[in-house]
Write a protein of this length. Structure first.
Length: 129
């Protein structure tokens, strides 16, 4: 019987997407523009390890600006209604706190009047109306 030997296989990590700087793209596009003989662009692409689709995309980007698109969710402007709602919510909160303070003061005055024997007017009829 022959002994089986385990063969080690190298597992590479997940390939990372290549990122090209705007300066590099401009340099390659300039070189490609200077190519006038058949096969020069293909040689350039092989030398740089690029695809023809890179050139096509980069030309479109150059014509529209080489600035990369922002990633993530699109931000939308603040709507005037949202601003008004936020302002009204702040006002309601402020007035609610003020009303709570007034009720606390009234309750303290009522208790103080009871302690001192001063009869306070009945405000329950005023609250109903």
């Amino acid at each position: 019987m022959s002994a089986l030997t385990a063969v080690e296989t190298e597992v590479s990590s997940k390939a990372k997407r290549r990122r090209f700087t705007a300066e590099y793209k401009r340099k390659v596009l300039d070189e490609a523009a200077g190519c006038d003989k058949p096969g020069e662009i293909a040689a350039l692409l092989r030398r740089e390890g690029l695809y023809s689709s890179h050139l096509a995309l980069w030309r479109r980007q150059r014509d529209g600006g080489l600035e990369p698109k922002k990633r993530g969710p699109k931000t939308r402007g603040v709507d005037e209604r949202d601003r008004k709602i936020a302002e009204l919510e702040r006002q309601v909160s402020k007035l609610t706190k003020r009303a709570e303070k007034a009720e606390t003061i009234a309750a303290i005055q009522k208790k103080l009047g009871e302690l001192l024997g001063i009869e306070m007017p009945d405000t329950s009829e005023l609250e109903k109306s």
